[in-house]
Design a protein around this ligand. Sequence first.
Ligand code: SIN
Length: 487
Amino acid sequence: MKLRNRSLLKNQSYINGNFTDASSGKTFSVVNPYDGNLITQVSNCDRTDTKKAILAAQYALDGWKKLTGIERGRILRRWYELQIEHLEDLAILLTAEQGKPLVESRGEILYGASFVEWFAEEAKRVYGDIIPAHQQDIRISVIKQPVGVVAAITPWNFPNAMITRKVAPALAAGCTMVLKAPKLTPLSALALAVLGEQAGIPSGVFNVITSDNASEIGNELTENPIVRKLSFTGSTPVGKHLIKKCADTVKKVSMELGGNAPFIVFSDADLDKAVEGVINSKFRNAGQTCVCSNRIFVQEEVYDVFNSKLAAAIKKLRLGNGLDEQVHIGPLVEEKAVKFVEDLVADAKDHGAQILTGGKRYNLHEDSLIYEPTLLTDATQNMRIFREEIFGPVAPIYEFRNEEEVIKMANDTPYGLACYFYGKDFAQITRVSEALEYGMVGINTGKISTTLAPFGGIKESGFGREGSKYGIDEYLEIKYLCFGDIN
Ligand code: SIN
């Protein structure tokens, strides 16, 4: 891996402003999913290390929260600038550990940095309220204060942006943080810590725990009463478990969980644009995002023509090493992920699905983790693929007759994160936008992610919003001050 600045490649956790070995001395391997080569060994922290990080965050809290929003914002702004300065190295590191194509990694670093830029500004806009009182001698005001020490657990599919999306609003609000970095992709997190230190984030304000034992670290983060909030991005089953664990100490929680996004193509849609929308929303990160379209519903009048257009577009996608500039689809993150996709496709075939293109592992070399971008037609509701989050480059197509039927099918899932639809009839667009039970709706677009808009789901996709003017609220407590005897 050719980095211009080798100091960004760290292999120790970051606790209280120091890169340190695990107290046990143990390490675990981080490998490149494209070729299985070892990148480095990283400190394998346990509960003891996590406790130390929590205490460091507690100790640092008072000084950090007393800074003005402008002062905290200046440090965050510097952090943002450093991320932009080191964009290329951060992108290379991300592709090496995660596998996504370099062009997507660059996009992720810019996306990630944009949260830091945004919340550097928001730090100075934590406004309170004055409320007209109920008595003449009373005055009521409302202030907002940082929640305190926050824990964050982030996923491997966005090793950079899912971190900045949590840490930037937390720090802007005056909280301190202990981050559990993803086991498969801890290097991007550590590189962020290097740049955070250079930007002037004081010791203990941002700590990064690396470990291959998620449950041990999760137990400490959720059981320790010093931690006042947990922000988690990951699967719904793990999210449910963490919510239960946080109940004992009544922590605030934000959960960005799994999705099962419908993508609806009505017969009056611009089909070429809808195909582009599927390519954007389905094949980003080889299908490994929570907002990837998971079930594609196409109205019967345009079913065949849409499928052949989509198959042609899919065949143009180039597969290979994410570090190669020409590549659109890199490897899945690990063997388990490929097996899961293989099983879903086998089940769909057993239940009558047809494969128009793809449908197997790409035999680049033995043990290749690349799965061919796949188009499955004749998909039906009795297949596993209808209910389960695919997390791979497989696009199942379901045929539908009318609006009422497709809304019913689209909402027939416990998930409610993102959804998409294409059409031109304004009245239908309005009705469908209102009827879809999702936190985010893409209308004639397959790209919805931006710092400026509230990202988050409903139902079993979680609660809380990240980014936008709402994102900082997740890290603030509302306090009401009642001033009496004002005569
Ligand atoms: C995710 O997959 O969880 C995040 C995707 C995004 O922010 O666009």
